[in-house]
Design a protein around this ligand. Structure first.
Ligand SMILES: C[S@@+](CC[C@H](N)C(=O)[O-])C[C@H]1O[C@@H](n2cnc3c(N)ncnc32)[C@H](O)[C@@H]1O
Ligand code: SF4
Length: 366
Protein backbone atom coordinates (compact mmCIF):
# COMPACT_ATOMS: atom_id res chain seq x y z
CA UNK A 1 0.00 0.00 0.00
CA UNK A 2 1.16 3.54 -0.81
CA UNK A 3 1.46 6.83 1.06
CA UNK A 4 0.64 10.21 -0.48
CA UNK A 5 2.55 13.34 0.54
CA UNK A 6 1.01 16.69 -0.46
CA UNK A 7 3.22 19.77 -0.20
CA UNK A 8 1.84 23.22 0.71
CA UNK A 9 4.70 25.71 0.32
CA UNK A 10 3.16 28.67 2.19
CA UNK A 11 3.64 30.09 5.68
CA UNK A 12 2.29 33.22 7.33
CA UNK A 13 5.58 33.80 9.02
CA UNK A 14 9.10 32.43 8.60
CA UNK A 15 10.80 30.75 11.57
CA UNK A 16 14.48 31.54 12.01
CA UNK A 17 15.67 27.91 11.81
CA UNK A 18 13.60 26.63 8.89
CA UNK A 19 14.86 25.77 5.39
CA UNK A 20 11.80 23.88 4.15
CA UNK A 21 10.40 24.90 0.73
CA UNK A 22 8.01 27.69 1.71
CA UNK A 23 7.23 31.34 1.25
CA UNK A 24 4.83 34.03 2.36
CA UNK A 25 2.31 34.48 -0.45
CA UNK A 26 -0.79 36.44 -1.39
CA UNK A 27 -4.18 34.74 -1.75
CA UNK A 28 -4.02 34.85 -5.60
CA UNK A 29 -0.71 33.00 -5.65
CA UNK A 30 -2.03 30.37 -3.25
CA UNK A 31 -5.11 29.86 -5.42
CA UNK A 32 -2.99 29.40 -8.52
CA UNK A 33 -0.77 26.86 -6.77
CA UNK A 34 -3.70 24.83 -5.42
CA UNK A 35 -5.24 24.69 -8.91
CA UNK A 36 -2.02 23.26 -10.33
CA UNK A 37 -1.56 20.94 -7.35
CA UNK A 38 -5.02 19.50 -7.98
CA UNK A 39 -4.08 18.97 -11.60
CA UNK A 40 -0.99 17.02 -10.49
CA UNK A 41 -2.98 14.95 -7.97
CA UNK A 42 -5.39 13.94 -10.72
CA UNK A 43 -2.48 12.63 -12.80
CA UNK A 44 -1.98 10.02 -10.05
CA UNK A 45 -5.65 9.01 -9.90
CA UNK A 46 -4.95 5.44 -11.04
CA UNK A 47 -3.02 4.84 -7.79
CA UNK A 48 -5.78 6.10 -5.49
CA UNK A 49 -7.10 2.63 -4.59
CA UNK A 50 -3.62 1.72 -3.29
CA UNK A 51 -3.20 4.77 -1.05
CA UNK A 52 -3.62 4.07 2.67
CA UNK A 53 -2.04 7.19 4.20
CA UNK A 54 -2.14 10.87 3.27
CA UNK A 55 0.13 13.52 4.76
CA UNK A 56 -0.43 17.20 3.96
CA UNK A 57 2.77 18.96 4.96
CA UNK A 58 4.65 22.13 4.29
CA UNK A 59 5.18 24.92 4.82
CA UNK A 60 2.00 25.39 6.74
CA UNK A 61 -1.10 23.72 5.29
CA UNK A 62 -3.22 25.38 7.99
CA UNK A 63 -2.29 28.78 6.54
CA UNK A 64 -4.68 28.11 3.62
CA UNK A 65 -8.11 29.64 4.09
CA UNK A 66 -10.99 27.23 4.57
CA UNK A 67 -12.41 27.38 1.04
CA UNK A 68 -9.01 26.75 -0.55
CA UNK A 69 -8.29 23.91 1.85
CA UNK A 70 -11.68 22.38 1.10
CA UNK A 71 -11.00 22.60 -2.64
CA UNK A 72 -7.92 20.46 -2.05
CA UNK A 73 -9.50 18.01 0.42
CA UNK A 74 -12.33 17.24 -2.03
CA UNK A 75 -9.95 15.77 -4.61
CA UNK A 76 -7.84 13.67 -2.23
CA UNK A 77 -8.48 9.93 -1.90
CA UNK A 78 -11.19 8.82 0.53
CA UNK A 79 -11.26 5.97 3.13
CA UNK A 80 -7.74 6.66 4.32
CA UNK A 81 -6.30 4.77 7.31
CA UNK A 82 -4.16 7.67 8.53
CA UNK A 83 -4.76 11.19 7.21
CA UNK A 84 -2.46 13.83 8.72
CA UNK A 85 -2.26 17.58 8.26
CA UNK A 86 0.51 19.82 9.62
CA UNK A 87 -0.83 22.82 11.48
CA UNK A 88 0.44 25.79 13.42
CA UNK A 89 -1.24 26.29 16.83
CA UNK A 90 -2.53 29.78 16.02
CA UNK A 91 -4.56 28.41 13.06
CA UNK A 92 -6.65 25.97 15.10
CA UNK A 93 -10.30 26.88 15.59
CA UNK A 94 -13.68 25.12 15.51
CA UNK A 95 -14.47 25.81 11.84
CA UNK A 96 -11.09 24.57 10.75
CA UNK A 97 -11.38 21.34 12.77
CA UNK A 98 -14.96 20.73 11.59
CA UNK A 99 -13.73 20.94 7.99
CA UNK A 100 -11.00 18.39 8.69
CA UNK A 101 -13.47 15.99 10.29
CA UNK A 102 -15.83 16.41 7.31
CA UNK A 103 -13.09 15.13 5.00
CA UNK A 104 -11.92 12.33 7.32
CA UNK A 105 -8.63 13.89 8.31
CA UNK A 106 -7.84 11.98 11.51
CA UNK A 107 -4.47 13.25 12.66
CA UNK A 108 -2.93 16.66 13.28
CA UNK A 109 0.77 17.37 13.51
CA UNK A 110 1.09 20.56 15.50
CA UNK A 111 4.24 22.72 15.33
CA UNK A 112 4.65 23.57 19.00
CA UNK A 113 8.49 23.67 19.09
CA UNK A 114 8.57 24.74 22.77
CA UNK A 115 6.12 25.83 25.47
CA UNK A 116 8.45 28.62 26.61
CA UNK A 117 7.20 32.01 25.40
CA UNK A 118 10.66 33.61 25.45
CA UNK A 119 12.20 30.81 23.36
CA UNK A 120 9.24 30.97 20.97
CA UNK A 121 10.21 34.59 20.34
CA UNK A 122 13.85 33.57 19.84
CA UNK A 123 12.83 31.31 16.95
CA UNK A 124 10.23 33.80 15.63
CA UNK A 125 7.07 31.80 16.22
CA UNK A 126 3.82 33.72 16.51
CA UNK A 127 1.99 31.49 18.99
CA UNK A 128 2.39 31.31 22.76
CA UNK A 129 2.10 28.67 25.49
CA UNK A 130 -1.51 29.74 25.97
CA UNK A 131 -2.39 29.38 22.26
CA UNK A 132 -0.93 25.88 22.18
CA UNK A 133 -2.74 24.62 25.26
CA UNK A 134 -6.06 25.97 23.94
CA UNK A 135 -5.46 24.39 20.52
CA UNK A 136 -4.55 20.99 21.98
CA UNK A 137 -7.69 21.00 24.11
CA UNK A 138 -9.86 21.87 21.13
CA UNK A 139 -8.23 19.20 18.94
CA UNK A 140 -8.97 16.63 21.66
CA UNK A 141 -12.64 17.66 21.66
CA UNK A 142 -12.76 16.76 17.98
CA UNK A 143 -11.12 13.40 18.80
CA UNK A 144 -8.32 13.76 16.31
CA UNK A 145 -5.02 12.01 16.85
CA UNK A 146 -2.33 14.48 17.69
CA UNK A 147 1.39 14.76 17.21
CA UNK A 148 3.31 17.73 18.54
CA UNK A 149 6.68 18.79 17.13
CA UNK A 150 9.18 19.97 19.73
CA UNK A 151 12.75 21.19 19.24
CA UNK A 152 15.72 20.94 21.59
CA UNK A 153 18.97 22.86 21.15
CA UNK A 154 17.43 26.33 20.72
CA UNK A 155 19.97 29.07 21.61
CA UNK A 156 19.89 29.76 25.37
CA UNK A 157 17.59 26.76 26.05
CA UNK A 158 18.48 25.11 29.38
CA UNK A 159 17.71 21.85 31.15
CA UNK A 160 14.84 23.43 33.12
CA UNK A 161 13.25 24.56 29.82
CA UNK A 162 13.40 20.99 28.50
CA UNK A 163 11.91 19.65 31.74
CA UNK A 164 9.08 22.17 31.46
CA UNK A 165 8.39 21.22 27.82
CA UNK A 166 8.39 17.52 28.71
CA UNK A 167 6.11 17.98 31.72
CA UNK A 168 3.69 20.16 29.76
CA UNK A 169 3.58 17.80 26.78
CA UNK A 170 2.95 14.73 28.93
CA UNK A 171 0.39 16.54 31.09
CA UNK A 172 -1.49 17.41 27.88
CA UNK A 173 -1.39 13.66 27.22
CA UNK A 174 -0.71 13.91 23.48
CA UNK A 175 -0.34 10.51 21.87
CA UNK A 176 2.68 11.31 19.67
CA UNK A 177 5.73 13.55 20.06
CA UNK A 178 8.37 14.34 17.42
CA UNK A 179 11.34 15.81 19.28
CA UNK A 180 13.93 17.26 16.87
CA UNK A 181 17.42 18.49 17.60
CA UNK A 182 17.86 21.99 16.16
CA UNK A 183 19.93 21.91 12.99
CA UNK A 184 21.63 25.09 11.84
CA UNK A 185 20.59 25.08 8.18
CA UNK A 186 22.22 27.22 5.51
CA UNK A 187 20.31 30.24 4.22
CA UNK A 188 18.18 30.60 7.35
CA UNK A 189 18.01 33.65 9.60
CA UNK A 190 19.79 31.66 12.31
CA UNK A 191 22.71 30.81 10.04
CA UNK A 192 23.11 34.52 9.18
CA UNK A 193 22.90 35.45 12.86
CA UNK A 194 25.44 32.77 13.70
CA UNK A 195 27.92 34.07 11.12
CA UNK A 196 27.47 37.57 12.56
CA UNK A 197 28.06 36.25 16.11
CA UNK A 198 24.53 37.24 17.12
CA UNK A 199 23.57 33.81 18.47
CA UNK A 200 25.47 31.07 20.21
CA UNK A 201 24.77 27.41 19.59
CA UNK A 202 24.61 25.02 22.50
CA UNK A 203 27.56 22.73 23.30
CA UNK A 204 27.19 19.24 21.84
CA UNK A 205 27.45 17.64 25.30
CA UNK A 206 24.61 19.80 26.59
CA UNK A 207 22.44 18.81 23.61
CA UNK A 208 23.29 15.15 24.25
CA UNK A 209 22.23 15.53 27.89
CA UNK A 210 18.91 17.07 26.75
CA UNK A 211 18.36 14.15 24.41
CA UNK A 212 19.08 11.61 27.17
CA UNK A 213 16.63 13.38 29.47
CA UNK A 214 13.98 13.41 26.73
CA UNK A 215 14.39 9.68 26.03
CA UNK A 216 14.27 8.70 29.71
CA UNK A 217 11.44 11.04 30.67
CA UNK A 218 9.20 9.99 27.79
CA UNK A 219 9.90 6.28 28.38
CA UNK A 220 8.98 6.68 32.07
CA UNK A 221 5.76 8.38 30.98
CA UNK A 222 4.58 5.56 28.75
CA UNK A 223 5.89 6.63 25.33
CA UNK A 224 7.64 4.18 23.00
CA UNK A 225 10.81 5.52 21.43
CA UNK A 226 10.33 4.10 17.95
CA UNK A 227 12.46 6.37 15.77
CA UNK A 228 15.45 8.59 16.53
CA UNK A 229 13.21 11.68 16.94
CA UNK A 230 9.80 10.06 17.45
CA UNK A 231 7.90 8.86 20.50
CA UNK A 232 4.36 7.59 20.79
CA UNK A 233 1.86 5.90 23.02
CA UNK A 234 1.43 2.26 22.05
CA UNK A 235 -0.57 1.93 18.82
CA UNK A 236 -0.11 5.58 17.81
CA UNK A 237 3.09 5.35 15.73
CA UNK A 238 2.78 7.28 12.47
CA UNK A 239 1.85 4.80 9.74
CA UNK A 240 2.76 7.30 7.03
CA UNK A 241 6.20 8.19 8.36
CA UNK A 242 7.00 4.52 9.01
CA UNK A 243 6.56 4.03 5.26
CA UNK A 244 9.49 6.41 4.68
CA UNK A 245 11.62 4.73 7.32
CA UNK A 246 10.82 1.23 6.11
CA UNK A 247 11.80 2.15 2.58
CA UNK A 248 8.27 1.68 1.23
CA UNK A 249 6.89 3.48 -1.79
CA UNK A 250 4.92 6.75 -1.70
CA UNK A 251 3.72 9.46 -4.07
CA UNK A 252 4.81 13.05 -3.47
CA UNK A 253 2.94 15.98 -5.02
CA UNK A 254 3.64 19.70 -4.93
CA UNK A 255 6.70 21.75 -5.75
CA UNK A 256 9.98 20.18 -4.61
CA UNK A 257 8.11 17.17 -3.19
CA UNK A 258 9.87 13.83 -3.46
CA UNK A 259 8.37 10.44 -4.18
CA UNK A 260 9.32 6.78 -4.53
CA UNK A 261 7.22 4.91 -7.03
CA UNK A 262 7.73 1.81 -9.20
CA UNK A 263 11.26 1.38 -7.85
CA UNK A 264 12.24 4.94 -8.82
CA UNK A 265 12.89 7.94 -6.60
CA UNK A 266 11.89 11.32 -7.98
CA UNK A 267 11.91 14.95 -6.98
CA UNK A 268 9.54 17.58 -8.33
CA UNK A 269 10.48 20.94 -9.81
CA UNK A 270 11.05 23.54 -7.14
CA UNK A 271 10.41 26.83 -8.94
CA UNK A 272 6.72 27.63 -9.30
CA UNK A 273 7.11 28.68 -12.95
CA UNK A 274 8.78 25.35 -13.89
CA UNK A 275 6.27 23.36 -11.85
CA UNK A 276 3.35 25.13 -13.59
CA UNK A 277 4.89 24.80 -17.05
CA UNK A 278 5.03 20.97 -16.85
CA UNK A 279 1.44 20.77 -15.67
CA UNK A 280 0.32 23.14 -18.44
CA UNK A 281 1.62 20.47 -20.80
CA UNK A 282 -0.23 17.74 -18.83
CA UNK A 283 3.09 16.29 -17.73
CA UNK A 284 4.22 15.29 -14.25
CA UNK A 285 6.37 18.16 -12.91
CA UNK A 286 9.34 15.93 -12.16
CA UNK A 287 12.83 17.49 -12.11
CA UNK A 288 14.84 14.34 -11.49
CA UNK A 289 14.08 10.64 -11.48
CA UNK A 290 16.44 7.82 -10.55
CA UNK A 291 16.05 4.07 -10.61
CA UNK A 292 17.01 2.62 -7.24
CA UNK A 293 19.69 -0.05 -7.71
CA UNK A 294 19.90 -3.04 -5.38
CA UNK A 295 23.02 -1.52 -3.79
CA UNK A 296 21.26 1.84 -3.18
CA UNK A 297 18.23 0.08 -1.79
CA UNK A 298 20.37 -1.94 0.65
CA UNK A 299 22.04 1.28 1.86
CA UNK A 300 18.71 3.00 2.29
CA UNK A 301 17.36 -0.01 4.18
CA UNK A 302 20.22 0.03 6.66
CA UNK A 303 20.39 3.82 7.10
CA UNK A 304 16.64 4.10 7.60
CA UNK A 305 16.61 0.95 9.73
CA UNK A 306 19.02 2.51 12.18
CA UNK A 307 16.73 5.53 12.40
CA UNK A 308 14.11 3.09 13.68
CA UNK A 309 16.68 1.91 16.23
CA UNK A 310 17.00 -1.66 14.99
CA UNK A 311 17.39 -3.82 11.90
CA UNK A 312 15.89 -7.24 11.39
CA UNK A 313 18.77 -9.19 9.83
CA UNK A 314 16.55 -12.03 8.63
CA UNK A 315 14.24 -9.58 6.87
CA UNK A 316 17.26 -7.98 5.19
CA UNK A 317 18.48 -11.38 3.96
CA UNK A 318 15.02 -12.35 2.73
CA UNK A 319 14.70 -9.08 0.84
CA UNK A 320 18.16 -8.90 -0.72
CA UNK A 321 19.31 -12.56 -0.75
CA UNK A 322 22.57 -11.67 0.96
CA UNK A 323 23.80 -11.81 4.56
CA UNK A 324 23.89 -8.28 6.01
CA UNK A 325 27.49 -8.73 7.28
CA UNK A 326 28.57 -9.71 3.78
CA UNK A 327 26.86 -6.66 2.27
CA UNK A 328 28.25 -4.25 4.92
CA UNK A 329 31.66 -5.43 6.07
CA UNK A 330 32.08 -2.42 8.40
CA UNK A 331 29.17 -3.50 10.63
CA UNK A 332 31.62 -5.57 12.73
CA UNK A 333 33.63 -2.43 13.41
CA UNK A 334 30.46 -0.63 14.55
CA UNK A 335 29.85 -3.50 17.00
CA UNK A 336 33.46 -3.33 18.29
CA UNK A 337 33.12 0.46 18.71
CA UNK A 338 29.89 -0.09 20.64
CA UNK A 339 27.58 1.84 18.27
CA UNK A 340 25.41 -1.22 17.70
CA UNK A 341 24.90 -4.64 19.27
CA UNK A 342 23.58 -7.99 18.13
CA UNK A 343 20.51 -9.40 19.87
CA UNK A 344 18.99 -12.54 18.38
CA UNK A 345 18.25 -11.67 14.73
CA UNK A 346 18.34 -7.92 15.37
CA UNK A 347 21.08 -5.30 15.13
CA UNK A 348 20.22 -2.68 17.73
CA UNK A 349 21.55 0.80 18.39
CA UNK A 350 23.35 1.11 21.72
CA UNK A 351 23.03 4.26 23.83
CA UNK A 352 26.19 5.55 22.13
CA UNK A 353 24.67 4.76 18.70
CA UNK A 354 21.57 6.71 19.65
CA UNK A 355 23.44 9.78 20.83
CA UNK A 356 26.00 9.70 18.00
CA UNK A 357 23.71 8.56 15.22
CA UNK A 358 25.24 10.85 12.59
CA UNK A 359 28.72 9.55 13.33
CA UNK A 360 27.41 6.00 13.01
CA UNK A 361 25.90 6.73 9.60
CA UNK A 362 29.12 8.36 8.38
CA UNK A 363 31.12 5.30 9.49
CA UNK A 364 28.65 3.07 7.70
CA UNK A 365 29.17 4.99 4.45
CA UNK A 366 33.00 4.76 4.64
C1 LIG B 1 7.56 21.44 7.85
S1 LIG B 1 7.81 21.84 9.47
C2 LIG B 1 6.22 21.94 10.19
C3 LIG B 1 5.09 22.47 9.63
C4 LIG B 1 4.45 23.62 10.35
N1 LIG B 1 4.61 24.78 9.55
C5 LIG B 1 5.08 23.90 11.66
O1 LIG B 1 5.94 24.76 11.75
O2 LIG B 1 4.71 23.23 12.58
C6 LIG B 1 8.12 20.34 10.29
C7 LIG B 1 8.90 20.44 11.59
O3 LIG B 1 10.28 20.38 11.30
C8 LIG B 1 10.97 20.87 12.41
N2 LIG B 1 12.11 21.65 11.90
C9 LIG B 1 12.11 22.49 10.85
N3 LIG B 1 13.34 23.01 10.67
C10 LIG B 1 14.14 22.50 11.64
C11 LIG B 1 15.51 22.65 12.00
N4 LIG B 1 16.31 23.48 11.33
N5 LIG B 1 15.99 21.93 13.04
C12 LIG B 1 15.17 21.09 13.72
N6 LIG B 1 13.87 20.93 13.44
C13 LIG B 1 13.35 21.61 12.42
C14 LIG B 1 10.01 21.70 13.24
O4 LIG B 1 9.80 21.05 14.46
C15 LIG B 1 8.76 21.71 12.40
O5 LIG B 1 7.60 21.68 13.17
S1 SF4 C 1 8.76 25.68 10.79
FE1 SF4 C 1 6.76 25.59 9.83
S2 SF4 C 1 5.90 27.68 10.10
FE2 SF4 C 1 8.06 27.83 10.49
S3 SF4 C 1 8.89 28.48 8.53
FE3 SF4 C 1 9.09 26.24 8.65
S4 SF4 C 1 7.30 25.46 7.67
FE4 SF4 C 1 6.90 27.63 8.11
Amino acid sequence: MLGLYVHIPFCNNICYYCDFTKKIAKQKEKEKYINYLIKEIKLYQKYFADIETVYIGGGTPSSLNLSLLEKLLIVLPKKIKEFTIECNPEDINQEFLALLVKYNVNRISLGVQTFNNKLLKTINRKHTYQTTVKSVELIKKYQLNLNIDLIFGIPKQNLANIQFDLKTATALDVNHISYYCLILENKTVFSKMYKENKIELLEEELEASFYELIINFLKENGYLHYEISNFSKSGYQSIHNIKYWQNQEYIGVGNNASGYLNNKRYINKKLFADYYQSLDQDQLPIAEINKVSKKDSMYEYVMLGFRMLQIDMLDFEKRYQIDIFEAFTNLNELITDNFIEKEKNFLKLTNKGLLLNNELLIKLME
